[in-house]
Design a binder for this molecule. Structure first.
Ligand code: ARG
Length: 243
């Protein structure tokens, strides 16, 4: 690339967005987290994946998706290290995370929920006294749980949703607290049920590293607005959230 300090056209650089791999939007996500990100026929798909691919296409970029641990992604470590350009991982925009990351405009509104086996006597968060509850490590669901469960509740944090729901199935935990759309995917035809919802007023954003991501963020926001205007955003939304 050319000099980026000559004050000339940023395009002269060929990588004015500062991408890890020029020509490609390198995306980090924690998979599975259906319906937002999951693997199907050997491909990463889901609401976030469809959206970020459309955004990349609109920017004239290829997309490369990497599966990384959520905790390191939400803490900013993965993005700061230069492994990826952007996080697309159903990540809630929070003040704490904004200290280490910058977020796009919000693209989805969410809330927390409590999932239990249908025959459980747990009907509300207060019933977790003396019981165990599973959460995903580093999530807003973990924070909400630690703040709101009775003092003698055992909170078990799992690195991935791939271990969290199986822990409930095997009886390793008595309940799971996490984002409502994800718990809704684990009802198993009535074997499990959501007994409480918590209006935590969360919005998901795409995350970029703090330093030097202004141009990328601006371009992503412009594409997001374009997808809303064109109806493409609604189309993707309906594909995953309208039955
Ligand atoms: N929305 C929650 C948070 O930001 C959970 C996100 C987990 N995402 C994932 N891909 N595992 O903490």
């Amino acid at each position: 690339g050319g000099s980026s300090t000559d004050g000339g056209s940023p395009a002269a650089d060929g990588n004015e967005l500062g991408l890890v791999t020029p020509g490609t939007l390198t995306v980090c996500s924690d998979i599975p987290y259906p319906p937002f990100e999951f693997e199907e026929n050997g491909e990463y798909t889901g609401y976030d994946m469809d959206l970020i691919r459309e955004i990349a296409t609109g920017m004239g970029l290829e997309t490369q998706i990497q599966d990384v641990g959520f905790d390191a992604l939400q803490s900013g470590v993965v993005l700061a290290s230069g492994q990826c350009d952007i996080g697309a991982s159903a990540m809630t925009i929070t003040e704490e995370r904004e200290e280490n990351l910058d977020f796009s405009e919000p693209y989805y509104d969410s809330l927390q929920s409590l999932l239990v086996p249908a025959d459980s006597d747990i009907k509300a968060i207060g019933d977790l006294a003396g019981k165990s509850v599973g959460v995903q490590q580093g999530t807003t669901g973990e924070a909400y749980t630690r703040e709101n469960v009775p003092a003698d509740t055992e909170v078990r944090a799992y690195p991935s949703d791939a271990e969290l729901f199986p822990a409930l199935q095997s009886g390793g935990v008595d309940a799971v607290l996490q984002d409502l759309p994800v718990n809704l995917g684990h009802l198993e035809g009535g074997k499990y049920e959501i007994v409480e919802e918590y209006p935590t007023d969360e919005s998901y954003g795409f995350a970029v590293k703090e330093e030097g991501s202004e141009a990328l963020l601006e371009a992503v926001n412009a594409e997001l607005a374009e997808l809303r205007d064109s109806g493409k955003y609604q189309e993707i939304y309906d594909k995953y959230f309208t039955q």
